[in-house]
Structure formats: C-alpha cells, structure tokens
Design a protein around this ligand. Structure first.
Ligand SMILES: Cc1ncc(COP(=O)(O)O)c(C=O)c1O
Length: 377
C-alpha cells in the first residue's frame, strides 16, 4: 500500500544531519527547528501564519478553539472522513451537524450543507468544516459563497491535502483556518505524530500559539484552558527537510494517478460514474483543482470480494472509510441513523484505495490493474 523506505533511503543522511542539529541545540520542544519549519511552510502555502502542533487532530481542535467555537454552537461537516473531523468539534464543546457528500468527489456537498443550514437546528451554526478528502480540495467557490452569505467561519480539514489547490489558492490558505496532519501515511509526513494550523488571521494565529501551550501568553500565567499541543523539535527538523521535496513527490503522485487511469482504460474496466455497475469507477479530478492524490480510490460494487482477492495476491489496499461517521458507535448520540446520508453510506460500501506513493513503479501498477481485471472478468 505504501513503502516509506523508498522515500527514506535517499534522504537518510540529510535527515540524520537535521536530527543531529536538534540534538546539538538540545531544544526538543518547539524551538528553532519548529520555527524554521513554520516559516518555510507558510511561504510554500502562501499563507501568513503556520503554527506547528502535536497532531492533525490537535490542529483541528486548536483551529476551532482559536475561532472561539464551543458550547451552544454547531459546525457542519461530512460524515465521510476520518473520525477526527467530527471528534475535534465535540472536543471543542460544539455540536457536529453532518451533511451528505458528492458521489463523484466524496467531498462535502455544498447543496446538502445549504439544506442543513436552512432547516432549524438546536444550536447556532458558526462554521463549516469541509475535508479535502483523498487530496482533492472541497468545492471552495460554493463554500466561500455560503460562508459569506451566512456569516460563517470556514475551517479546512486539510490533513490529506498538502500542496493541493483550488483555482490556484493552496489548501491551507482557503479558509479562516486550516488543519494539517503529518501522520506517517500523509503526503508530507513526520517521524511520528505532528500537525499544523495555518491561517491568514493574525488574531487566530496568536490564539493558536497561546492554546497549544496551555493557554499561556506569559510563562505560568494561563489566560484560557488550552492544552499541551506542541510540535517537538525532531519533527520540525524532519519536516523542514521533506518540505523541499514535497512538490516533486506530489507531481510524482499525479503521474502515478495518470498511469492508473490509462492502465484501467486500456484494460476496459472503466465505467463512467458516479456509481459502478459491473466494472469500476475511477476517481474524478475536478478541473478547477490541483489534486495531490493522497489516495487513489476506485468504486466497485464487489469491493469486499475484490479486496480479499488482492490480499491473497499480497497486493495492498485499504478502505477509507468502512463506516461513515454517523454510524460509528461513539457518535450514536448525534442522533443520525442508517439512511441519514445515503451517498456516504454507499461510498463506504464501494470505495477501495489502491497503492499510491511517489516511488510506485509502473510494473507494480500493472500488477494491481491486472489482478483487478482478473477478479472482475
Ligand atoms: C481527514 C483527516 N482529518 C484529521 C486527521 C487527524 O490527523 P492525525 O492523525 O495527525 O491526528 C486525519 C489523519 O489521520 C485525517 O485523514
């Protein structure tokens, strides 16, 4: 599914040197290596502020808490994402309201969001939290319009989308604030847990810095109940090195994705979506986006059988995500049930992520496609 050693080997010495320089300073929490990463990250994304933190989950919470979103307020998000997109809203004390996804992109559907916003809700809606799922930005033209019309904040869950853009504006610079994850499988990954909040707002940036350090602006004077959500120095050093390569890696991911498209078409397996019948539906890149292919996700009605077949042939695959958030045991009390979000539920039954990473070779992709052709024939 993912071979991180192929990325690591050519960088081995550079990474060791970077770690060595952190050891030399003995600054293990925040410090200059994190500050240097923050500066380079902000410049690369074209955003005023980038604040390193402990994980993508914490980044989401920091962004919400910095925007003063909390009890008695609601945030609209997608049921088809990683758990943290919703759990961070709960952790901030606010109520998650879910809206269904677009079946072609798997991203939050703006019309479904508008329907939620137009129906009476218990709590006042303060923000929309779209997720740039699989590395493709959500429909930002629509979300920017909705947010403007209704006076809402936009918080991006950009955990999967380092380097992606919407009409030339990078994910991370689109909303009021954005959250990134540098978890090991992400396009830009640390050597452990790490995350980042980005924003163009001076005020939000200042609040994120305060909240990631237990609400301190001055040492041992706590203005608010923040949390320990700091990035450690080793992660800052590793990420600064990898930041120099990420644009190239993302380009290579795009090449891998294009190759999959061509191989599947050549194998005669492709159906024009959004829903599969006997073959497969390929992932769709919206023309106004720059997709960074964190995942390459196909749809098929025979997903579980296909996955088993691939596993028997030692071909990696993964299901992101087998259970939509509204059907998770931990989120039962949100009050949704089977049938609440038919597109998310159908996607959860049909999606299959195939191996994708910058160093994936064409012969390996051919093996994946041939195995899928054999199964479907
Ligand atoms: C969409 C999404 N949001 C949030 C997160 C949380 O990030 P982390 O694992 O760094 O806490 C992840 C990744 O795991 C994710 O994929």
């Amino acid at each position: 599914m993912l071979d991180l050693k192929r990325q690591y080997q050519p960088l081995h010495q550079e990474l060791l040197n970077a770690l060595g320089s952190v050891l030399a300073t003995q600054q293990f929490i925040l410090g200059e290596s994190v500050a240097a990463f923050e500066r380079a990250a902000a410049a690369q994304l074209g955003v005023a502020h980038a604040i390193g933190c402990s994980s993508g989950t914490d980044a989401l919470w920091l962004a919400l808490a910095a925007a003063k979103i909390g009890p008695g307020q609601a945030v609209v998000t997608t049921p088809f994402s990683f758990f943290a997109s919703t759990s961070a809203i709960l952790r901030a004390g606010a109520q998650p309201l879910l809206a269904d996804i677009d079946p072609a992109t798997f991203n939050l559907n703006p019309s479904a969001v508008e329907a939620v916003l137009s129906s009476p809700q218990g709590a006042a809606v303060r923000a929309i939290l779209p997720v740039h799922l699989y590395g493709q930005p959500a429909d930002w033209t629509a979300f920017a319009r909705i947010a403007k019309e209704r006076g809402l904040k936009l918080i991006e869950d950009a955990a999967q989308a380092w380097g992606a853009d919407w009409q030339g504006v990078k994910a991370g610079a689109l909303g009021d604030a954005a959250a990134f994850s540098f978890y090991a499988t992400k396009n830009l990954s640390a050597a452990g847990d790490a995350g980042m909040v980005t924003t163009n707002s001076e005020e939000l940036a200042e609040r994120v810095r305060m909240l990631r350090q237990h609400g301190m602006r001055r040492r041992y004077y706590h203005d608010e109940t923040g949390w320990n959500a700091r990035m450690d120095g080793f992660q800052g050093a590793i990420l600064t090195v990898k930041l120099r390569y990420i644009d190239n890696w993302n380009q290579l991911r795009r090449t891998v994705a294009r190759r999959y498209h061509a191989l599947f078409h050549a194998a005669g397996l492709v159906e024009t979506g959004p829903y599969p019948i006997h073959g497969i539906v390929l992932p769709h890149e919206v023309p106004s986006t720059h997709h960074v292919w964190h995942q390459y996700v196909i749809r098929t009605t025979r997903r579980d059988g296909l996955r088993q077949f691939l596993t028997e042939r030692k071909i990696g695959s993964e299901i992101y995500y087998p259970v939509p958030l509204h059907l998770q045991a931990a989120l039962k009390n949100l009050g949704y049930s089977e049938g609440s979000f038919p597109e998310a539920e159908r996607a959860a039954r049909e999606v299959l992520a195939l191996p994708i990473f910058p160093e994936l070779r064409e012969d390996e992709q051919q093996t994946v496609v041939s195995a899928i052709a054999e199964f479907l024939s």
